[in-house]
Ligand binder design. Sequence first.
Ligand SMILES: [Zn+2]
Length: 122
Amino acid sequence: MHKREADNFRRVLEIKRSELAGGSSDRDEILIQHAADEFDRLQQQLNREVAIRNLDRETRLLRSVEAALARFDDETFGVCLRCDEEIPERRLRAVPWASYCLDCQERIDQRLASGLTEDSAA
Ligand SMILES: [Zn+2]
């Protein structure tokens, strides 16, 4: 990958990181509130569960983005962690924090779907 392209991806990842690290309004939903009304309480609990799921997803994404940024320092950005092949730029444009090429990702997803952890799949 050319340096100029790598710099572009890096910038995209840095922006994404600050977006994710900046947090979201979801955090407010997680705070336990005391509603007097039973219905309000159920609604709050539901919002809270959704917010926790969103936050969980954002946390995982943030970790992927940070890992991708760290790979710039190792000069391994854009290299599949599993097969050491270059990840096609088309894929990186869609998912700049991708750790794997599409083939490997599909294999990992299949293993995850069958109940194995990401570590054992990689
Ligand atoms: Zn691969």
